[in-house]
Design a protein around this ligand. Structure first.
Ligand SMILES: *Cc1c(COP(=O)(O)O)cnc(C)c1O
Length: 395
């Protein structure tokens, strides 16, 4: 049998710390490795497989489109991207859509859009305020936007124009705003930063401040959007409509995609000012349309809210049982368990042994982001495995 791990170390750049399993198949909330071992998947491709693995509506949509028209170029009109744009606009309350291929690319495009806005309407203001602990992607500019030293430090000097301030702190945003500021960009809840939930008023305060100063509010919903937090978009829970919103991860249930949504007044790109070869590709858009339509038609956001609540209750019971669990936090189906010591990797490894995939988002924090279709029985199964794992840690 081929040693795929050996092949990886020989041929693949060493950018990922891999979990030592080779996954070969997925169905619903389950995946299987090369030895046919089954796992319950609470990682979902990093909050991507919103409908689970290989959901029939996604598989059918892709199959049909891939045999019809795979790629043209954005010189031409194609139908799947226009159907998707209409669906995204009608379900978000925003006005215009641009399609690309990843979260970083969506945020990068949003930053460029903010600079065009600043140039046209704010006397060439170009600075974007972002948050410490944020994550906006891996391009050079988004590394500058991402307020985490470990992502920035290897790549200095970074592109100019990003100011990182404390998260969940409107005073910090106010203090950093100058006449050079064109936008504030934040996540509704910081995912990669460790599942950091801001206070209830934070997004409203950011909205009000941006309105007061005529600057753009950009919400990075790459991880929180498309049902994950228990509403189609997280901003709906805060009753806030941003000027610009970015999406990616869960949008096409596993096919690579990114999207920028904007209010009419903020959608200032002129022809030629931004573009993409693959963005809005027919196959990708067919998958995204099928995903979003299924989530809306079947009210999967509401289900995510209910299942998330149930999951949280299960995790809270574990917290009451194990004194080394410091906190359970998150919303919907983006949850985290923080320990009072750095045992997340050991817990992850032990879960793996028992057939459960979880994510270590920080040395002391596990993150859970299952497909939105996960059932209560599967949540019970996951909590049961976590219980046994934590009991066996003998702390
Ligand atoms: C994952 C993530 C990104 C980057 O998305 P990629 O598709 O990996 O480029 C950006 N913002 C947030 C909030 C994310 O969670």
């Amino acid at each position: 049998m081929t040693d795929w791990k050996e092949l990886e170390s020989k041929y693949f750049m060493h950018t990922f710390e891999r979990v030592p399993v080779v996954l070969v198949r997925g169905q619903g909330t389950r995946v299987w490795d090369e030895n046919s071992r089954e796992y319950l998947d609470l990682v979902s491709g990093w909050a991507v497989n919103s409908l689970g693995h290989c959901h029939p509506v996604v598989v059918e949509a892709v199959k049909e489109q891939v045999g019809t028209l795979i790629q043209t170029s954005n010189q031409f009109y194609t139908i799947p991207q226009l159907k998707l744009a209409e669906l995204l606009v009608k379900s978000s309350g925003l006005d215009k859509v641009f399609l690309c291929n990843s979260g970083a690319e969506a945020n990068e495009g949003a930053a460029k859009l903010a600079r065009r806005y600043g140039e046209r309407k704010l006397g060439s203001a170009y600075k974007i305020i972002t948050a410490l602990g944020s994550f906006h992607g891996r391009t050079l500019a988004m590394v500058a936007a991402t307020g985490q030293a470990k992502h920035q430090q290897p790549y200095v000097p970074l592109p100019d124009g990003f100011v990182n301030v404390a998260y969940d702190n409107i005073a910090a945003i106010k203090a950093a705003t100058t006449k050079e500021t064109c936008a504030v960009m934040v996540e509704p809840l910081q995912g990669e930063g460790g599942v950091n939930v801001p206070g209830e008023d934070y997004l409203k305060e950011v909205r009000a401040w941006c309105d007061e100063n005529g600057i753009l509010m950009i919400l990075d919903e790459v991880q929180t959007g498309i049902g994950r937090l228990g509403s189609l978009f997280a901003c709906q829970q805060a009753c806030v409509v941003p000027d610009v919103m970015t999406l990616a991860k869960g949008l096409a249930s596993g096919i690579p995609i990114g999207a920028i949504l904007a209010r009419e007044e903020a959608a200032v790109f002129q022809p030629g000012e931004h573009g993409s070869t693959f963005g809005g590709n027919p196959v990708t858009c067919a998958a995204a349309y099928a995903t979003v339509k299924y989530i809306v038609d079947n009210k999967l956001s509401d289900k995510a809210a209910r299942t998330g609540k149930y999951f949280t209750e299960g995790l809270e019971k574990l917290k009451n049982k194990y004194s080394f669990i410091r906190e359970i936090r998150g919303r919907g189906l983006l949850l985290a368990m923080e320990f009072d010591r750095e045992i997340a990797q050991a817990a992850l490894n032990a879960c793996l042994e028992k057939g459960l995939l979880v994510n270590r988002v920080k040395p002391s924090v596990l993150r859970f982001m299952p497909p939105l279709i996960i059932t209560r029985e599967e949540v019970d199964e996951a909590v049961g495995i976590l219980d046994r794992v934590l009991a066996e840690m003998n702390l």
